[in-house]
Design a protein around this ligand. Structure first.
Ligand code: ZN
Ligand code: ZN
Length: 619
């Protein structure tokens, strides 16, 4: 973005060269080239050749090879021509070629690199994200005395930002006497990208003026680090300040809504896009699909998919992932066939959805065929997550030996995902021996993983091996294994409310408590008995410290019951896996209160209705 602002209007064109700007085909370029040769323009003014080559290179990247070819034949190109080639390649799909032209400058007897050379070269380093090369180029800029040039400096901030080297980025930035908007924005995105969102915000607030690029950098920083509510808050401030909103802003906003499962705000964002005639590009359309899918509204996600004029593999995959997550395995597989009919080749992410879909439906053979086709048909080497899916596929179908076989024969070290899937299957099918093996492996891999420790403790508790249970609990205490606090989010009238375990901080807590009392009375009448065995940890991820401890989704559901109209489904997003007790309770609530309840947990959706759940007890 910075490059454009710097070089505009630098060159004065020969009248014939101006034609290059409007010429797109190679044939037209050749005609102009011939004209220049006939009029002897290159001989009268050697600069004309450089300008000609630069115009071709910078105007239309498809003709870049023609200027490559012309320069290769030229014995003594000008610095301007070579710099233009570095710049053109930096922005093209062949950024590494920039270095060929830099080498030509270095080899030449009468040329030496200038500030423009380094300005473009550092941006190439950012493009190819190679830290070592970046350091060498920075060193060369210092050697040639251009490290204090403002354009090179801002380029270096940008480069270190892209490379994720926050301290170098800050060092360069602090030495700039009057950093401009571009530099400041580069620093803000660097801090956000490296996870120092607090410092990014500090820098952002300090900026004397901010354009939409700066706002977008900050908003996407919040969205990417999971601070979705802050991302949405900042977006509203951006609108209040009257800053132009574009596609980039909306992609971040939608990603924040997806993360929160905030359907109302997501719908609002969609309407905003329509109202402001923001063009739905492939990226924006894909973000819309992802938002609707992750908010549990698959019909709307599919509507967006079909309305799009252009779709790429990410678009199709987002919809497929949504279908698999929402439990529509068959529909996901149908979409996969359709995508292939549209001549779109699947990528490795697509196969994760395909394998998950087969797992959900229980199509073991078909899943295996798809897995094998990855390498045989599409030349995609299966990654560790694909093996994890395969273990899950066999495990869910009760083929525990096959699942173990996959783990024993996978070409890489089995990860916690694979062992976790086996553990889950072992417990479902009551194979305690295999379950214990899997949990031991899990602990080996993740000694400080709270979820894994809870799982192994449960295995021992189920086999009534109390000594071992105590051992695990003692070791968890001594290692200081911290649990991730369970948190549930519910959106009411466009406002997001967050609840933690046993959380009484909500301003409406008195009313929530009354509703919780009502729920527990009705549950008791329906014959529900809570599992209060004090030795058992709560089944999956969360620890049940005492029987009265309320998991966050129960509080969120109670709040939903008092705040939403009877016909409106209650939508909850939970950061951990739903525990068995909460799952049982939610099923009953959906029946007793005649409410549809949709819970998105860490892995999937649960659509509760009339006392049943779409996951059919597998999750
Ligand atoms: Zn629970
Ligand atoms: Zn369920």
């Amino acid at each position: 973005m910075g490059v454009k602002r710097i070089l505009v209007g630098r060159m004065k064109h020969h009248p014939i060269i101006c034609l290059v700007d409007s010429s797109t085909t190679l044939k037209q370029l050749r005609q102009i080239h011939t004209q220049l040769l006939i009029t002897g323009a290159f001989i009268i003014d050697p600069q004309v050749f450089g300008k000609f080559v630069a115009s071709i290179a910078l105007n239309n990247s498809t003709n870049l090879h023609y200027s490559d070819h012309l320069l290769n034949k030229c014995a003594r190109p000008t610095l301007f021509a070579l710099n233009s080639m570095i710049r053109a390649h930096c922005k093209s799909s062949t950024p590494r070629k920039s270095f060929d032209f830099y080498k030509r400058i270095q080899r030449s007897d009468d040329l030496s690199p200038d500030n423009y050379t380094f300005n473009f070269l550092v941006r190439t380093c950012a493009q190819i994200s190679q830290g070592k090369t970046g350091l060498i180029v920075h060193g060369a800029a210092i050697k040639h005395g251009f490290d204090h040039d403002p354009h090179v400096r801002s380029g270096l901030v940008f480069m270190y930002a892209e490379l994720g080297c926050l301290s170098s980025c800050r060092n360069v930035f602090e030495e700039i006497p009057n950093p401009d908007l571009v530099c400041q924005t580069a620093l803000v995105s660097a801090c956000a990208k490296c996870g120092d969102i607090g410092y990014a915000r500090l820098m952002f607030d300090k900026m004397p003026e901010r354009d939409h690029i700066a706002w977008n950098a900050m908003i996407s920083g919040y969205a990417q680090c999971g601070q979705s509510r802050e991302a949405l808050r900042l977006f509203h401030s951006m609108q209040l300040e009257g800053v132009k909103v574009n596609e980039v802003s909306m992609v971040s906003v939608l990603s924040a809504c997806s993360h929160l499962g905030a359907l109302d705000q997501g719908r609002w964002a969609h309407a905003y896009i329509d109202r402001n005639r923001i063009r739905i590009t492939v990226t924006l359309g894909t973000a819309l699909i992802d938002m609707y899918a992750k908010c549990g509204n698959m019909p709307k996600a599919m509507e967006v998919l079909w309305s799009m004029k252009e779709r790429n593999v990410y678009t199709w995959t987002s919809a497929m992932n949504g279908l698999a997550m929402n439990g529509f395995g068959e529909k996901c597989l149908e979409l996969f066939s359709l995508m292939k009919q549209h001549s779109v080749s699947p990528n490795e992410v697509t196969f994760v959805s395909v394998l998950r879909a087969c797992s959900v439906v229980g199509l073991v053979d078909e899943g295996r065929r798809h897995f094998d086709s990855m390498k045989d048909v599409y030349g995609i080497e299966p990654k560790i997550e694909h093996y994890g899916c395969l273990v899950d596929l066999y495990g869910r179908a009760g083929k525990l030996d096959d699942a173990l076989n996959v783990i024993n024969n996978m070409p890489m070290k089995p990860h916690s995902g694979a062992w976790g899937a086996l553990l889950h299957a072992s417990r479902t099918y009551g194979n305690m021996e295999l379950g214990e093996l899997a949990s031991r492996k899990l602990i080996e891999l993740e000694a400080t993983n709270h979820g894994a420790c809870v799982q192994i403790s449960n295995i021992y508790a189920e086999t009534k091996n109390w000594d071992k249970v105590n051992e695990v609990r003692r070791s968890m205490k001594s290692k200081g294994v911290a649990k991730q606090p369970g948190c549930s989010v519910i959106e009411i009238d466009g406002e997001v409310h967050e609840f933690f375990v046993g959380d009484k901080s909500h301003p409406c807590y008195d009313e929530i408590e009354v509703m919780l009392g009502d729920i527990s009375r009705r549950l008791k009448l329906a014959g529900y008995v809570a599992n209060t065995n004090p030795v058992l940890f709560d089944i999956e991820e969360e620890e049940k410290e005492d029987a009265l401890c309320l998991h966050s989704e129960k509080i969120a559901i109670a709040f939903g019951l008092i705040s939403l109209k009877e016909s409106v489904p209650i939508r909850i997003v939970k950061n951990l896996r739903v525990c068995r007790d909460c799952h049982d309770v939610t099923k009953l609530i959906s029946k007793l209160y005649n409410r549809e309840i949709i819970v998105r947990d860490r892995n999937r959706f649960h659509h509760f209705k009339d006392g049943e759940c779409s996951c059919k007890g597998f999750w």
